[in-house]
Write a protein that binds this ligand. Structure first.
Ligand code: NAP
Length: 281
């Protein structure tokens, strides 16, 4: 990489960031397209966030990704939110638009792009069950609801949180909420079942958020967990004859959409996928 006085900066703010694959993916994409930018990961303590954002603004960074634990707390330091970030209530991408810092959330759009790219389905016909009611559920739920799915049922360990998310999503589609333990019927009549909880994530890889015996061949089953790539839920779904969709595509496409917001051109998605797959091996 040829770094000169003209080289611009994009990057990632999080705490910790040492596990992140974003620098590998983004720098490979920047080099492929010969864009004069470098992508760096910054480990930022929560108490340092305001100061860091002010510095990045002063240094005219083109933009940056935001990850745990700053996705919500960064909002007061930005000038404006796009509708995606405002409705989801969290920011994962900041774009410096001629000095104005604009917050976006590309997680939900990344999920929908990955889902429709990898599966032949009509969103308007989907009866969706979202397992979980945290930040990822909010992003995926918003993107699916505004993309016009038929209905969404949120099932969660804590029913009150499922009810709150279902109420929020009801402005765009028909919704309901159920406690996870009582959700067999809701899962059985769904067409698309999405795990947005961390259940099944390494190192606790043998657990599933719902009983896989509830799954049937008519289901598409998505798991946002990408480590491991083929979670116990997806293995169970496959055994039951369902179509499976891993979390890798969402990870890839949320990054690609951020890239497109910064550089106004398509991201080199095949290259980014190869780099991501290699880095997760
Ligand atoms: P979060 O805001 O903390 O929400 C966690 C959700 O999981 C809550 O609904 C919580 O239920 C539920 N949960 C946690 N442990 C549980 C358990 N033992 N049994 C049942 N439910 C449980 O987290 P998040 O930001 O939404 O992230 C969730 C997962 O999505 C993580 O694994 C993350 O890596 C993954 N993710 C993947 C991508 C991607 O690109 N593929 C992007 C974003 C997130 P309660 O409400 O009852 O606590």
């Amino acid at each position: 990489m040829n770094i000169t006085s003209q080289t611009g900066i994009v990057g990632l703010l999080g705490h910790p960031v040492s596990h992140s694959k974003s620098p590998e993916i983004m720098n490979a994409a920047l080099q492929q397209l010969e864009l004069p930018y470098v992508y760096v990961a910054c480990d930022v303590e929560p108490t340092e966030l305001a100061q860091v954002v002010a510095r990045l603004r002063a240094c005219k960074w083109r933009g940056w990704n935001v990850t745990i634990p700053h996705k919500v707390n960064i909002i007061p330091y930005l000038d404006r939110l796009d509708a995606s970030a405002a409705e989801i209530g969290a920011v994962n991408t900041v774009v410096n638009q001629a000095g104005e810092l604009v917050g976006y959330n590309t997680d939900g759009a990344g999920y929908v792009r990955s889902l429709t790219e990898e599966n032949n389905l009509l969103l308007s016909e989907q009866r969706v069950v979202i397992i979980g009611a945290g930040g990822a559920a909010r992003a995926v739920g918003y993107a699916l609801a505004t993309a016009g799915v038929k209905q969404i049922t949120v099932i969660n360990r804590t029913l009150a949180k499922a009810e709150e998310l279902a109420h929020h999503l009801s402005q765009w589609t028909q919704t309901s909420a159920t406690a996870i333990l009582n959700a067999q019927r809701e899962v059985e009549v769904a067409t698309l079942v999405i795990n947005t909880t961390s259940v099944g994530m390494s190192p606790h890889i043998d657990v599933t958020p719902i009983n896989p015996m509830w799954l049937q061949p008519h289901h598409i089953v998505s798991d946002l967990v990408y480590h491991p790539r083929h979670t116990a839920l997806l293995q169970g779904a496959q055994t039951r004859g369902a179509v499976t969709h891993t979390g890798l595509g969402m990870l890839l496409h949320q990054a690609a959409i951020a890239f497109e917001l910064w550089f106004h051109q398509p991201a080199p998605i095949q290259l980014m996928r190869r780099v991501l797959e290699n880095s997760l091996k």
